[in-house]
Design a protein around this ligand. Structure first.
Ligand SMILES: NC(=O)c1ccc[n+]([C@@H]2O[C@H](COP(=O)([O-])OP(=O)(O)OC[C@H]3O[C@@H](n4cnc5c(N)ncnc54)[C@H](O)[C@@H]3O)[C@@H](O)[C@H]2O)c1
Length: 255
């Protein structure tokens, strides 16, 4: 990873921040983009204090002009781009079943979680080509593969789209020295998930379904992103790489 140049969206906190910090500690130069400029700046300061090379960028990934400027800014400042980690994503509180979910919640979720990934690839792929090739890691989710009785219809549909879009890009760009993979986490302990498990009962009910009996840590997802983005994964493209503590492998969990 030493000397690689990576652009990571949604890097102000959570999985994106852990990934940026890990990449920087491995010697990559990282551009941390977030809709929350203050979070990106704080994250960059922490990485710089630890001796890493990092740059903050503000962008809403659902806006084409902002994404084009983000890619241009990162490419210019880092002297090129080798890696895109398209991680920014949201879960809206009114994203429920197909009947209950307001159209506005559906549209915003798709705009950030699916159109955002499309736009980052649309503007990011030419930058990777200019660098002679590279790697894309798009954040999917285990919900692209299994349904939940507590539905988030827009989020789930968007993540299914991310996995399909990633596969398509992998095939189209394989002969151009660009790999693309979808990293699909199970439930990870972040601010995004903490809001959903706010009582011991809700937490226990969920843990029952996890073979490893716990949520993942952001660092465990970051390490998978590091592998997929690195030359160690040189024969891995078009994959949906599950890091879910065994959830999608299980029908019944151990007593
Ligand atoms: N946490 C989990 O359990 C889990 C599980 C599966 C997949 N994921 C996916 O991993 C990714 C990161 O999740 P997280 O848990 O770290 O989330 P998080 O909410 O902790 O962090 C998301 C970051 O993205 C930023 N962001 C939100 N909307 C944006 C936009 N329009 N443009 C740019 N930045 C934006 C936020 O400001 C925030 O810093 C998401 O794509 C999420 O769907 C998370």
């Amino acid at each position: 990873m030493y000397g690689k140049r990576a652009l990571i969206t949604g890097a102000g906190r959570g999985i994106g921040l852990a990934t940026a910090a890990l990449f920087a500690s491995e010697g990559a130069a990282v551009a941390l983009a977030d809709i929350d400029g203050a979070a990106a700046a704080t994250a960059v300061a922490a990485i710089a204090r630890a001796g890493g090379r990092a740059l903050p960028l503000v962008a809403d990934v659902s806006e084409a002009g902002a994404v084009a400027a983000m890619v241009e800014g990162a490419e210019h400042a880092l002297g090129g781009l080798d890696i895109l980690i398209n991680n920014a994503g949201i879960v809206l509180p009114d994203d429920e079943g197909p009947v209950e979910t307001p159209l506005a919640a559906w549209e915003r979720t798709l705009a950030v979680n699916l159109t955002g990934v499309f736009l980052c690839c649309k503007y990011g792929l030419p930058a990777l080509e200019r660098a002679g090739g590279g790697a894309i890691v798009n954040l999917g989710s285990m919900v692209a593969f299994i349904g939940a009785a507590v539905p988030q219809i827009a989020y789930t549909a968007a993540k299914g789209g991310v996995v399909a879009l990633t596969r398509e890009i992998a095939v189209q760009y394989a002969r151009r020295n660009i790999r693309a993979n979808a990293l699909c986490p199970g439930p990870v302990a972040t601010p995004l998930t903490a809001a959903f498990f706010d009582t011991p009962e809700k937490l226990e009910r969920r843990l029952v379904h996890m073979p490893l009996g716990r949520f993942g840590a952001v660092e465990e997802i970051a390490r998978a992103a590091l592998f997929l983005a690195s030359d160690e994964a040189s024969y891995v493209t078009g994959a949906a790489f599950l890091v879910d503590g065994g959830i999608t492998a299980a029908y019944l969990t151990p007593e």
